[in-house]
Design a protein around this ligand. Structure first.
Ligand code: CP
Length: 333
């Protein structure tokens, strides 16, 4: 792997390697000294053209835990606000010797452009591009699902813990809400399919993308029927992305009240789930809109754990992309 741009680019072996490496990274994080010398002398640039809390901080934490030097660049307060292009920004980072660039951008395809235009000699990690992809989010979601649910199956290699070595075959995941604007949904559908899980998207017809028929998943407009009839093992709630809706907050569905009534996860719907089922949300949450406070804070919710797992997954991605040939062999951490 040279770059991490899309979960659709990952083979099953590559995806499982990333998850297994993340499990190794997580094990190092319970040590008294969390820092590893692996990327000493290497520079990671966090290049953020859109706001972020979780992704930016966890990439920074991950890079520092691997002993890399970290440069944080945000479009606000930089020469981007004076009109500087992505190309000239990239050439500046190249001149400063970036070894990896973590990029979040409002334009779908920006990470591909950065990786393939020849402006940089660095690994590019997509931290979210428009409505297109968010591969490390999907990987941390899959990692979290695997930790909780894959160990229930009989597919684990002997002696494996926390699902290490396993794919997600046989698991059912419902992805619920604003699929139209969601790079998290797109990244998850591709990765979960690669890992063998079944996926059902649940959304109002107004928030289902044109072309979803060729995605490797089912589509439902009825959340109650999906929870009660299909019985998913994991329910992933999506944020309603009102900032990406041109018609104003009320235009995406007849009203926010109706959205919550038909597609919100609340205590009544939680009670429909099987005992082992878990609830995920990539954050940030609109409490009271797509998820009630009761559901977000329930014992089924693994939302805070997703954030913690994000550090291990991003350490794994940086390590596999930056530590050279040896990293694929699983050299000592
Ligand atoms: N899940 C996610 O991408 O969150 P941030 O926007 O806070 O990075």
């Amino acid at each position: 792997m040279r770059h991490l741009l899309s979960t659709a680019d990952l083979s099953k072996d590559e995806a499982v390697l990333l998850l297994d490496t993340a499990a190794q990274m997580a094990a190092t994080q319970s040590r008294e000294i969390k820092k590893l010398p692996t990327l000493r002398g290497r520079t990671v640039v966090n290049l953020f053209f859109e706001d972020s809390t979780r992704t930016r901080i966890s990439f920074e934490t991950a890079a520092k835990r691997l002993s890399a030097d970290v440069i944080n660049f945000s479009a606000k307060g930089s020469s981007v606000s004076k009109g500087e292009s992505l190309k000239d920004t990239a050439l500046t980072l190249h001149a400063m010797g970036a070894d990896a660039v973590v990029v979040r951008h409002w334009a779908s395809g920006a990470a591909y452009q950065l990786a393939n235009a020849g402006w940089l000699d660095a690994a590019v990690l997509n931290a979210g591009d428009g409505t297109h992809q968010h591969p490390t989010q999907a990987l941390l979601d899959a990692y979290t699902i695997r930790r909780h649910l894959a160990a229930r199956s009989d597919r684990l290699p002997d002696g494996a813990v926390d699902g290490v070595g396993a794919d997600l075959a046989g698991l059912k995941v419902a992805i619920v809400g604003d699929v139209l604007h969601s790079r998290v949904a797109r990244a998850n559908v591709a990765l979960l399919h690669t890992l063998g899980a079944q996926v059902t998207l649940v959304a109002p017809p107004t928030l289902v993308p044109v072309g979803v028929g060729v995605w490797p998943c089912e589509v439902s407009y009825d959340l109650d029927a999906t929870l009660d009839g299909w019985r998913p093992d994991a329910v992933m709630m999506l944020r309603v992305q009102r900032e990406r809706m041109s018609g104003g907050a009320g235009a995406f569905f007849p009203s926010t009240l109706e959205y919550t009534r038909y597609y919100g996860l609340d205590a009544r719907r939680l009670a429909l789930l099987d005992d082992h089922a878990i609830v995920l949300h990539p954050g940030p949450m609109n409490r009271g809109l797509e998820i009630s406070a009761e559901a977000a804070d329930s014992e089924r919710a693994v939302i805070v754990e997703q954030v913690a797992n994000g550090v291990a997954v991003r350490m794994a991605a940086l390590y596999l992309l930056m530590a050279g040939e040896d990293s694929a062999e699983g050299n000592d951490l």
